[in-house]
Design a binder for this molecule. Structure first.
Ligand code: DOR
Length: 443
């Protein structure tokens, strides 16, 4: 079977080329320039069957659209099994597909927590049954994802997981983290760490321990509670040689520590999320949609993250998509649960804020959202010749207002609600199959 995406701009070998993208049996065959039915397409790259004659196959009109390698979001909460009242594999992966994400890595704060193969199986079955995009789970680091106590059964889960994480909790004991790193290294999987030292937290901490917290009498979450554990883990990663990835980096101190460790040759990578790059405590309103952990920090932290993104310290942008019910998010900053959704807004807010805003080029954003996470976690798919065709088609000029009511996710809480953005997704393909398409007659 051959499909030809005609007339668009295709991200190929790091640049956007005008041409026809040819997909054969679900895999990228190459790019032909010119009209699909234009007789003799010149071949720019790849082997395009039908050279010298007209291309035939299923034609998909992509005029005025950009075809990007599908995004890989290495930090999402899909909530199933255990919390399907917040999100399911079906709704979360529909949201992923709508946002141009073709692979997501799911976090293990579930019930049962995936701390052994039998406990992982419930999630694997739901993925098999309901996932619209590729889902690769993380296994827990500790039993029950408690961040303390005993190691999970890393060995039995290793073949099925992208790595090991206790996301939602930091691993509190140094010796336990060291043990986890030694075992993860032997199993050739990364440790993916939510860094939070509980000894540095105060009960009821809900936003950054800064200006807004002081002015409104709210309990703050210190930057140190994050970076102290980053600092500890970087030492352990250097000592053990384990591949180490830091989740949702939010502080300038963490950026500086990771930069330094990279220079020293530690096998470390890290991610931050769109809200930390585009917002800070100055944007806070007393609404649950501004509450997540780690919290929005200061303008200086945001600027350090942008600098780290540009100089390569920050490898990946991931959403930390963390849906909760309306009720759980409707109790203001003090009372709401931590977490905001992000799958359906990540690309448009970043494209608008960073690419149109002059911070990154489009290929650089594609690197952070698609190429780097795929490479770091050894995940398949994309737009390289011979790969299974995972792609996202966007109208980069379309302008609209973020409206959570239209989300596929069951979660609605986003600090970007009401924001004017450019870059609207039109179609998403996984393995050459259309998994999502916008009804342009509709909205
Ligand atoms: O805001 C957050 N929400 N941070 C976390 O670490 C966990 C997540 C969740 O699962 O809701």
């Amino acid at each position: 079977m051959r499909q030809i995406l005609t007339g668009g701009r295709v991200f190929y070998n790091g640049v956007l080329l005008q041409g026809n993208l040819v997909i054969e049996n679900g895999r990228v065959a190459g790019i032909g320039a010119g009209d699909a039915d234009g007789g003799s397409p010149a071949v720019c790259a790849g082997k395009v069957p039908g050279q010298g004659g007209s291309l035939s196959g299923d034609l998909i009109d992509c005029r005025n659209l950009s075809i990007l390698p599908g995004f890989v979001d290495v930090h999402v909460h899909l909530r199933e099994p255990g919390f399907s009242f917040k999100e399911t594999i079906a709704s979360g992966t529909a949201a992923a597909a709508a946002g141009g994400m073709t692979t997501v890595c799911s976090m293990p704060n579930l019930d049962p927590a995936p701390d052994s193969l039998p406990h992982l199986e419930a999630q694997l079955e739901a993925i098999q049954r309901d996932a619209r995009v590729r889902v690769v789970p993380f296994g827990c680091i500790t039993q029950g994802q408690k961040g303390t106590g005993t190691l999970a059964d890393l060995e039995s889960m290793a073949p099925y997981v992208a790595g090991f994480s206790d996301d939602g909790r930091g691993v509190q004991e140094d010796a336990l983290m060291e043990q986890a790193m030694r075992l993860a290294k032997r199993l050739c999987r990364p440790i993916v760490a939510h860094c939070e030292d509980n000894r540095l937290l105060r009960p009821g901490g809900c936003i950054h321990d800064g200006r807004y917290a002081a002015a409104h009498g709210l309990v703050g979450i210190s930057s140190e509670s994050e970076w102290r554990q980053v600092e500890r883990d970087l030492k352990l990663a250097a000592k053990t040689g384990c591949r180490y990835h830091v989740c949702h980096v939010s502080t300038k101190e963490s950026v500086a520590l990771i930069r330094q460790a990279k220079r020293a040759g530690v096998a470390v990578s890290c991610e931050t999320a769109p809200h930390y790059l585009l917002l800070c405590e100055d944007d806070l309103q007393d609404e649950g949609r501004f509450k997540m952990n780690p919290p929005l920090r200061t303008a200086a932290d945001r600027d350090a993250l942008l600098e780290g993104l540009c100089d390569g310290t920050i490898d990946v942008i991931a959403t930390d998509h963390a849906p909760h019910t309306w009720e759980e998010k409707s109790r203001g900053l003090a009372g709401s649960l931590m977490g905001v959704v992000g799958l359906e807004t990540a690309f448009p807010v970043l494209y608008t804020g960073l690419v149109r805003g002059g911070v990154l080029s489009l290929p650089e954003l594609v690197e952070k959202m698609s190429l780097a996470p795929r490479r770091l976690f050894g995940l398949p798919g994309g737009l390289e010749e011979g790969q299974e065709a995972d792609l996202a088609v966007f109208d980069l000029d379309a302008e609209y207002t973020v409206d959570p009511e239209g989300f596929c996710s069951m979660g609605r809480a986003t600090p970007f609600a009401g924001r004017r953005v450019r870059g609207e997704s039109r179609m998403t393909m996984v393995k050459g199959r259309v998994v999502w398409q916008r009804n342009t007659q509709g909205k």
